[in-house]
Design a binder for this molecule. Sequence first.
Ligand code: FMN
Length: 201
Amino acid sequence: MDVFAAMKERQSIRKFRKEPVPRDQVLRMVEAASWAPTAGNSQNFRFIVVQDKETLARMKGIVDEVLTRTTGKETSPGKPSSHNLFAYAPAAVCVVGLPFESSTDKALREKDPERFKARRFQVNPGLQGISAGIAQFLLAAHALGYGTCWMTGPLIAKAELESTLTLRPTEELVAIIALGKAESAPAKPPRKAPEEIVAFR
Ligand SMILES: Cc1cc2nc3c(=O)[nH]c(=O)nc-3n(C[C@H](O)[C@H](O)[C@H](O)COP(=O)(O)O)c2cc1C
C-alpha cells in the first residue's frame, strides 16, 4: 500500500466487529512500531495486548468508576464512550512506556535544572519516540485491514489500570489502542491545509 494513501485513509474507528485479531497480525503491527524512530534508538515501549473479555470488562469498570467519581459523568451500559470504547473492541493494545533519558536531558538535569524543566515539558524525547511507534502501529494496522482508535481518555484511571496490568514500577501506561475490524467508519474529520501550518524561512 502506498504510504501517502495509507496516511490519508486511516481514520479512528470506534465501532468494531467481534472477530478476534490473529496473533501474527498483531506481531506485524508491533514490528512496524519497532521500526519507528526513537530518541537514541531506545525503542522504549512495549505492548500488552488484552483480548480476554473478563480483563477488558474489568478495565472498563475501572475507567467508568473513576470517570464518574472524578467528573460526575455517567456512562450508559452497553454504549461505548470516548473513554471506554477500547473494551468493546476485540483487542485493547496497551502501550507501555519504558523510562528513557537522553544524554542531553541528563546533562541539563545535572547542570541547568531550570532549562531542564522547561525543556522537558516542551520536548520529552522519550514520549515522542513512543508516539512515533504508535503512529506506525496504526498505519500498519490500516494496511492489514484493521481499524484502530488511539486513546488517552481511559488514562483518567492511569494508576488503577497500571496496577491491573501489573506494570513494573518504572513503566507507565501511555495510551490504549482499540483494535479490530471496523464495523462502521464515520466521516473523516477534515485537516488544515498544508499552507496553513507551514512556514518557509
Ligand atoms: C494522543 C491521542 C489521544 C486520543 N485519545 C482519544 C480518546 O481517548 N478517545 C477517542 O475516542 N479518540 C481519541 N483520539 C483520536 C482522535 O480523536 C482522532 O485521531 C482525531 O479526532 C482525528 O481523527 P482521525 O483519527 O479519524 O483522523 C486520540 C488521538 C490521539 C493522537
